[in-house]
Design a protein around this ligand. Structure first.
Ligand code: NAD
Ligand code: UDP
Length: 321
């Protein structure tokens, strides 16, 4: 095992955060999970409660936090379009004030700090696939801007703390990731399609379904987080983490319907404003600098995710909420 550390995970009760907490606990570290439960749930970390090296704290990262830790993973931020557009001002505050607060904490502690950035910094990309050198094509005043610009500003802050205060930063640009513990109602495409197919409801395709995304299974992504965090000081990123396999939403819907054995039919709804038409990571840098590449094929990851939702939907409603 690597040296035992006290590690702060903000947004630790969310989808990705809870998997990261699992990974860090399994590696022998102490984990302080901080979350305001805006989109996350205690259920996601229930199995860690009572573990001697795990602590859960209710806290909103838009307010300063005074704790003593060795490393910080900053994941706090709603990630699904429905959730981040529900209270857009709070979304920008979470990204920007949250970053300032966590960077201030890292500066005082001289702690290494990781930022969960996003492929959304590329907006509706005109360059395909997207390398880290691409500056993006982002609408600054649209419904997605609270998230996209909030995350871009957070990256700016990370790099200014790096240049101005020599902070040890690690910035990952995460592409669409899926797996168990996604929120069943968060409106993201993988959870929507699976839940709809399992319930025999129409599967909602926005637009004509030709838009593409690349889907990374959560275990692969968390492996990338840990590898990036283990790089020497000065390896800052930004670094794309995602699976380069690219699928249209129509292809994804057909896969899910087939794998669930569902009788659901497709239904077409309007395409949301500024919905990116295509997205695929160029992972050359992750391969070279982290020796990282995703291993889990879409059908394997989807099987695990379908099984998770199948079990979740069989629980009494109170447990799912
Ligand atoms: P999630 O919504 O499941 O998790 C986010 C967590 O942050 C939740 O537990 C939520 O309660 C918490 N949170 C929100 N605002 C907070 C605040 N002000 N203070 C404290 N906690 C707060 O989403 P996720 O998919 O796990 O995403 C985690 C991070 O990864 C986010 O920063 C997101 O932008 C980034 N990301 C995720 C994806 C993806 O595909 N899952 C892609 C790109 C980037
Ligand atoms: N989408 C869809 N049906 C749904 C949910 C989403 O067709 O029920 C589409 C959405 O318009 C987008 C893609 O799936 O083109 C991915 O959406 P998601 O919200 O998962 O993530 P995004 O990458 O847009 O942030």
């Amino acid at each position: 095992m690597s040296e035992r550390k006290m590690i702060l995970v903000t947004g630790g009760a969310g989808f990705l955060g809870s998997h990261l907490c699992d990974r860090l606990i399994a590696a022998g570290h102490d984990v302080l999970c901080v979350d305001n439960f805006y989109t996350g749930a205690k259920r996601n970390v229930e199995h860690l409660m009572g573990h001697s090296r795990f602590e859960l704290m209710r806290h909103d990262v838009t307010f300063p936090l005074y704790v003593e830790v060795d490393e910080i993973y900053n994941l706090a931020c709603p990630a699904s379009p429905i959730h981040y557009q529900h209270d857009p001002v709070q979304t920008t505050k979470t990204s920007v004030h949250g970053a300032i607060n966590m960077l201030g904490l890292a500066k005082r502690l001289k702690a290494r700090i990781f930022q969960a950035s996003t492929s959304e910094v590329y907006g509706d990309p005109a360059v395909h696939p997207q390398p880290e050198s691409y500056w993006g094509h982002v609408n600054p005043i649209g419904p997605r801007s609270c998230y996209d610009e909030g995350k871009r500003c957070a990256e700016t802050l990370f790099f200014d703390y790096y240049r101005q205060h020599a902070l040890d930063i690690k910035v990952a640009r995460i592409f669409n990731t899926y797996g168990p513990r996604m929120h069943p109602d968060d409106g993201r495409v993988v959870s929507n399609f699976i839940v709809q197919a399992l319930k025999g409801q129409p599967v909602t395709i926005y637009g004509d379904g030709s838009q593409t995304r690349s889907f990374c299974y959560v275990d692969d992504l968390i492996d990338g987080f840990v590898r990036l965090m283990a790089t020497p000081k000065g390896v800052t990123g930004p670094i794309n983490l995602g699976n380069p396999g690219e699928f249209s939403m129509l292809e994804l819907a057909r896969h899910v319907i087939e794998m669930t054995g569902s009788k659901s039919k497709l239904t077409f709804k309007p395409l949301p404003q500024d919905d990116p038409k295509q997205r695929r990571p160029d992972i050359t840098r992750a391969v070279a600098e982290l020796d990282w590449r995703p291993k889990v094929q879409l059908n394997v990851g989807l099987r695990k995710t379908i099984d998770y939702f199948d079990e979740l939907l069989s629980l009494p409603t109170a447990k799912v909420a």
